[in-house]
Design a protein. Structure first.
Length: 147
């Protein structure tokens, strides 16, 4: 049985477009995989505000899941120091393995969930790496849709 999971980024998106995508995907829970979920740059996606909006607009729950976030060191090397995506990818996958996230979490926890990060697209974002890592560990149990 496939577990339906989505991913979404909030930058370059209006609040209306962001919440409409979540509603159309029938998301029941947003799993925030950002290291820092209270940034002033986040606008409608700051943790407390987001939890309220998700419940009111989408009837969905909010969960901050830092276990699926990069470390400050890995993030800094990629963002601030303009590191190569390939290096970031290897470091993040190694971190997921060290944390053994596949044992700490279960596929059922991701059913109709949506992984949230700031990046507008999943191509160079760790949220798609999380899905790839877990799918490799869980035998392809996740059916991923990038919103």
């Amino acid at each position: 049985m496939k577990i339906e999971i989505a991913t979404i980024g909030f930058t370059k998106s209006t609040a209306e477009h962001f919440f409409d995508r979540l509603k159309q995907a029938k998301v029941r829970q947003v799993m925030d995989v950002r290291l820092h979920n209270t940034s002033q740059l986040a606008g409608f996606a700051k943790a407390d505000d987001l939890a309220f909006f998700l419940k009111e607009i989408c009837g969905a729950n909010y969960l901050h899941q830092p276990l699926l976030a990069p470390t400050e060191e890995i993030l800094k090397g990629f963002k601030q120091e303009k590191g190569a995506w390939e290096v970031y990818q290897k470091q993040f996958m190694k971190l997921m393995a060290a944390r053994q996230v596949e044992k700490a979490l279960t596929p059922a926890m991701f059913d109709h969930a949506c992984l949230l990060c700031s990046e507008a697209t999943p191509h160079h974002c760790h949220r798609q790496l999380v899905c790839t890592y877990l799918n490799n560990k869980w035998g392809g149990a996740l059916h991923v849709t990038h919103l």
